[in-house]
Design a protein around this ligand. Structure first.
Ligand code: NAG
Ligand code: NAG
Ligand code: NAG
Length: 226
């Protein structure tokens, strides 16, 4: 009985482990951005990001240098305190396309001299559930007129975030919380060196009760009370 249970447990763990590996996938993200501002932004190509393995989180970023016209457009967006928007279209290896719009203040992007981060959230099934643009540096939007010489090229870092849940995480604190909970649980699992009975009594006791009841309701059993 005990061996059988342990065997079943091992089989279950093996199957789950296999699933985790299968859930790796590659994605291509086509990035477009709007440099026109206003209520109806027009998206133009910005570049392409290829992530060959979501599990390994390595990305190949391909973005062209900006033209003088594009630099002046970004400078203008920043000076007008307008928004800079991207439209990230994710093409997964099952050919399904999903687009995510992300918006930041253009002045933050300009003050960070186009040094931005792309955060790609992936759910437990290996599907991309969100793409958002983040400025990592401490750009404060102080209204400085950033020279177009400094707006030549995006230096984008891509971060793949694996989430346990199906919802889109918006705050880093939420992810930290999930991570800490997971770690605490793993630590507990490691510590748990109690005996088999001590660990699984909550499953064994109901079975014993059912057996006792069924033998008690059996008229041939000794002391069968009806
Ligand atoms: C973003 O790009 C996709 C693919 O080109 C397009 O279908 C979608 O309408 C765009 N979204 C917006 C808000 O323009
Ligand atoms: C910002 O600087 C550019 C020159 O680099 C100038 O043409 C433009 O008028 C300035 N804009 C503001 C709002 O000061
Ligand atoms: C579990 O292991 C710790 C040391 O690793 C030991 O102190 C403790 O007594 C063990 N508990 C049981 C129930 O065996």
């Amino acid at each position: 009985m005990k061996q059988l249970l342990i065997f079943c447990l091992l089989v279950w763990l093996f199957i789950n482990y296999g699933n985790c590996i299968e859930h790796d996938s590659s994605v291509v993200i086509n990035l477009k951005h709007a440099l026109s501002g206003g209520p109806n932004p027009v998206f133009k190509d910005r570049g392409t990001i290829t992530i060959p393995s979501l599990r390994l989180s390595q990305a190949v970023v391909h973005q062209k240098r900006l033209t003088d016209v594009e630099r002046i457009q970004i400078q203008k967006l920043a000076n007008d305190n307008d928004l800079y928007r991207i439209n990230a279209t994710v093409i997964a290896n099952d050919e399904i396309e999903r687009s995510f719009i992300s918006t930041i203040k253009a002045c933050m992007l300009a003050e960070a001299e186009l040094d931005d981060r792309l955060s790609v959230s992936v759910d437990y099934m290996g599907r991309v559930i969100g793409v958002s643009l983040v400025i990592a540096s401490k750009a404060t939007c102080e209204g400085s007129n950033v020279s177009i010489d400094k707006l030549g090229e995006f230096t984008t870092n891509v971060y793949v975030r694996h989430t346990e849940t199906g919802i889109i995480p918006d705050t880093a604190t939420y992810i930290d919380k999930l991570q800490k909970e997971k770690e605490a649980k793993e630590r507990d699992d490691h510590k748990d060196n109690r005996s088999f009975l001590a660990k699984y009594w909550i499953y064994i006791v109901p079975v014993v009760i059912v057996m006792v009841i069924s033998s008690a309701t059996n008229p041939e059993a000794q002391g069968g009370g009806q």
